[in-house]
Design a protein around this ligand. Structure first.
Ligand code: ARG
Ligand code: ZN
Length: 469
């Protein structure tokens, strides 16, 4: 879906492949869509020339052989006349591609799957691409050394995709600026569960196994797609505020998870009070076996935790449902917009539950007081939150902790009333859309009526530790 404001890089990226188009007479007017959106950190992620509205994935997974068989039906609108276009896909074997029901030629180089439809796709046309693929999906290593993509477990697998892991299990426009509805139909052998985003529309046991239909419901950046396959304890319910819940917990983690997951309904409803209406039609948790990932991820509606989470962690991942998932980053440079709010939500939760005030937390970090906050000695002055030096730094403490400090500095400048009005306004204004750092700084100033230049200069973009006020 079209972001409210496209990343500035996208327009320029369209130029990238024009040299290849054969416009020498004949009927061909279109040119290939760009092979990347020139994200400042992941230039090849995403593709130009079209805008996806829906992914319909029909999958079959055999945990014993780790073999995935898939059909991805991708509905998109052409944003230029297209003679060819790219999808991102890492590994796997592409068996066939059709566009508009007709066989298309394709070829692959690295993560780029180039599709040449038999008929050119005209600008504005809604077109459907069907990719049939199979193979054993890869675990990818992202620039900071973390595992993502498809990660096998002792009795199944889990898929996580931040920042660019989802291309390991389905072809797509894998950049957060192109959000789309995802529906997943997954068949697994009898006795296995399969959990994805959104709500479970049906679960059918048949001689070939069990087929689950997951309906995403709302637009989603592809990095937030998940699929967890394995033996899980399932629980369902509803928060007092009315949000339907579905959770899946690896049996070995069930006992330790229970007291914390019992707070999910309360945290969801607390978030709605603090940040505005919960953005999605469902919520919940997925707890995979210990050490599967080494981190948690805010996968849409249903975060993935690698072992039993802490209360702070569920607050963090659930806050991402508003900040990151509903309001998504325009590029990976805007990661701090996700992590600052999710981290600040932890401070707010503590403040609202008889713990440290956010001011006390801020002070402890500023002073490096490890007796008050255990991780106060991390190097969050290493770089400014809005300008990580490289792709390997986007999940580091300056983005999280110093990002949260940026938000607290705004609160100090404008006062509680204006601050919380701004936070709710931000979540409402960009609900189910994407936003850049410039969108945020502009919005914060407009909605509070304060000039926040000094906060941006020193805390968001400044090198080193800002001087005491
Ligand atoms: N966004 C996740 C969170 O804050 C963390 C993802 C970590 N990924 C990584 N490659 N380091 O909950
Ligand atoms: Zn986070």
């Amino acid at each position: 879906m079209t972001p409210r404001r496209a990343p500035a890089a996208a327009a320029a990226a369209v130029l990238a492949l024009t040299a290849l188009s054969a416009c020498t007479g004949g009927a061909v007017q279109g040119r290939p869509g760009a092979s990347g959106l020139r994200d400042p950190y992941f230039p090849k992620a995403g593709n130009g020339g079209y805008d996806v509205s829906r992914y319909g994935l029909v999958l079959d997974y055999e945990p014993r052989t780790r073999e995935l068989t898939g059909t991805a039906e991708i509905t998109a609108t052409a944003t230029q006349d297209l003679s060819a276009f790219n999808l991102d896909l890492a590994g796997l074997t592409v068996d066939s591609v059709t566009v508009g029901g007709k066989g298309a030629r394709f070829n692959r180089v690295g993560q780029e799957l180039t599709v040449r439809p038999p008929d050119e796709v005209e600008k504005g046309a809604v077109f459907r691409t069907v990719v049939r693929y199979s193979g054993s999906p890869k675990t990818l290593t992202d620039p900071d050394g973390s595992k993502e993509g498809w990660i096998p477990t002792a009795d199944g697998a889990v898929a996580v995709g931040e920042p660019v892991g989802s291309m390991a299990w389905f072809p797509g426009n894998h950049h957060p600026s192109d959000k789309a509805v995802h529906d997943v139909r997954i068949t697994v052998p009898a006795g296995y569960e399969a959990v994805s985003n959104g709500s479970l529309a049906s679960r059918v046991v048949h001689p070939g196994g069990t087929t689950f239909r997951w309906r995403g419901g709302d637009p989603m950046a592809t990095y937030l797609a998940t699929l967890a396959i394995g033996r899980f304890e399932i629980s369902t319910g509803r928060s007092p505020g009315g949000v339907p819940l579905y959770s899946a917990v690896a049996p070995a983690e069930a006992k330790a998870s229970r007291p914390v997951l019992a707070k999910v309904p309360e945290v969801v409803d607390w978030g709605a009070k603090k940040f505005g209406r919960y953005p999605f039609g469902s919520a919940g948790s997925i707890v995979v076996p210990r050490d599967t990932l080494g981190y948690a991820l805010e996968t849409q509606t249903r975060p993935v935790y690698s072992s039993a989470p802490s209360e702070e962690l569920i607050v963090h991942e659930l806050a991402h449902q508003w900040f990151g998932n509903s309001v998504s980053p325009a590029t990976w440079q805007d990661m701090w917009l996700n992590e600052s709010f999710a981290t600040y939500a932890q401070w707010l939760w503590t403040e609202d539950h008889q713990g440290l005030t956010a001011q006390e937390t801020f002070d402890a970090y500023y002073e490096g007081d490890t007796e008050t906050v255990h991780d106060a000695d991390e190097d969050f002055w290493a770089f400014p939150p809005a300008e990580p030096p490289g792709a390997e730094n986007i999940s580091e403490p300056p983005v999280y902790t110093r990002g949260a400090m940026v938000l607290h500095r705004i609160r100090q400048e404008v006062g509680d009333e204006e601050f919380f009005r701004m936070v709710k306004g931000w979540a409402a204004e960009y609900r189910h859309a994407t936003a850049s750092t410039d969108d945020f700084t502009e919005f914060a100033e407009e909605s509070t009526g304060h000039d926040l230049t000094d906060v941006w200069d020193e805390w968001l973009y400044g090198e080193g530790k800002p001087a005491e006020e």
